[in-house]
Design a protein. Sequence first.
Length: 649
Amino acid sequence: MFPRRRAKLHPYRVGFWAVVAVALVVALLDRSPLTLDAGDPELGGRYVAVEGEGDILVVISEESLTGALAHESTDHSWVWVDAIRQEVGPVTTADIAEVTPEKLQPFRSVVVTAGAAADPRLDGVVPTLEGFASRGGALAIELPAGLARSRFGADGEGGWRRADSITAAEGVPDTTLDTIRAIPLLARYRGSTRPLADATTLLAMDGAPVIYERTVGSGTVAVVDFEFSEQISRMQQGVHGPDGRVRPHVHGEPIRTVDLYSTSSLLGAALPYADLLERYTVRTVLGHDRPLFAFWPYPDGKQGALLSSHTASTQIGRPLWMSIHERSLDARSTTYIAPPPREPDTTAAFPDAEFVGHAAMLWDLDPEDSGLFKHYGVLGFDPVRQPLTLVGQMERLENLLGDDADIRGVRVRGGRWTRDFTAAYRVMEAAELRYSTTYGPVEGAPSGFLFGTCQPFTPLDLTGAPFRLQEVPVCFDNPSTPEEADLLQAALENAARDAWAVHLLTAADRFRVAPDLSAFDIWRDALRTADRLDMWVGGAGEFVGFQHRRAGSSLHVIAEQVTARNADGEPRTIDYTIELETTGRGIVLMVPVTAGDLTFDQATRGGAEARQYEVAGQLQTSASTYLGSEVRLVALNPGFTTVGIRYTR
């Protein structure tokens, strides 16, 4: 038997079979690519002092903000900053360690938040706060403790109580009182065994005083004896489990922002109850017996706002017929656009270049389900892929839109949310986004003010530290039924009467994919109603930009002069001199018609001295209502100006 010759293993054969093996592996991976993990970077909330140019200072405890999580609690103090921004405009913040007579000197009003009131260091600054009020300042303290409780508040010995309803509210007409009484309560108040001597009750819950005020020297001290900041935060940002986790209301369904709503009383609400409570509280504790001058919350003195947003699951932008309707109202709405599954070859692929500047990000939290990957391969083979992070999706969208794209806003597709209460915000923060419109109902779920507002608010991390971005909740997501149409019209009527904002979201490709004439009529009728009611119409991004300019403007009362007195010595005429500097067009000064026993008389260019020498000219004002009370609006040109406001008895 002949021995078998062993074939030589030549190098070229090794190379050949290696190439074949690699090709087979690449081909297999191209059909079933290897998927890499991709984690989105995150950035938590953080305290950065606000240096506003106004007359209101908010005192917080940075220690409380940064250490709340260690004590398994959340400091909601930043709610006051948001509330004053919304109701007045400019606001300044300071840590409790910075409170000195020199620090307080430029301000007319000081708010001490619950976090600062619970800080042991507050006892050391109580004399400073008392001196501020005695010299004519307006001081407000939320849930005072220690020395502040004994100096300014009722005894508080009744303990904590869960509030059922608001039973009285001072200073509003009966129609407004009825809506205030309907506010759903989610927080506690501090009961006392006896009322505070010489104090006036401004707000009562279950018959107990929860906002009360008394005179201290030439000024006032108002005590907010309920968890105002927690109440507003729970309404606006929603609630989570004790472990910071979110659970869907329907078992087995994905988590959506609709699962965050705090109480069923907000489902189908035609009124923004969080805004209503903010407005009443701020204007009561800071302007009960004195005029609280502010910037009107909407451009050009418009009577409320309709925020119009669109989503586009394909790269079409808004259809021409939608654009024609919006342009007829001079509206510049925002369109949230999904990135393409593949990197676009050229920036010219986007056909809706007119609206590139108003495009925002439609973020897919589940990029694998939508085929959003970054591919790695050669010669047309893609053996390895990685799901696109939020930043990756933004970069792909910007490549599609071209060099003029500036992505500042985001909406999570389908209203999806993360199991971790603030994880999505931490990802948005790391991506340097400036606003989100993810909160609100999803199509088919109850519409209305599910989070008590359609105004921009600052979401808080689990400690209470603020994020830089703003959330602008949606009220109506693709309304299509007669019930939704009626609720939308009611919300718009309420908004125009009392200066609220309503946010409507419409799928731009809806009428092509699933033609529905009734849905089109609802969208068109909303625009027509807003125009008839003289409401501002525009996108969330444009509205957030206006609010930033408004808060960045300057408003200082530099003089308050009694120019005439009655026989009993009470002021008969008071002149206020206000220095204003606005950072853009459309900003309007709001002047209350009544201030205690005084009534608005006139507004003039220049202050009291200018009026005395007849240099000033009288300014034209327009009438409006705010919290059920009359106000006068004074249009302002961009730049610096001085306005004199006269009140008479």
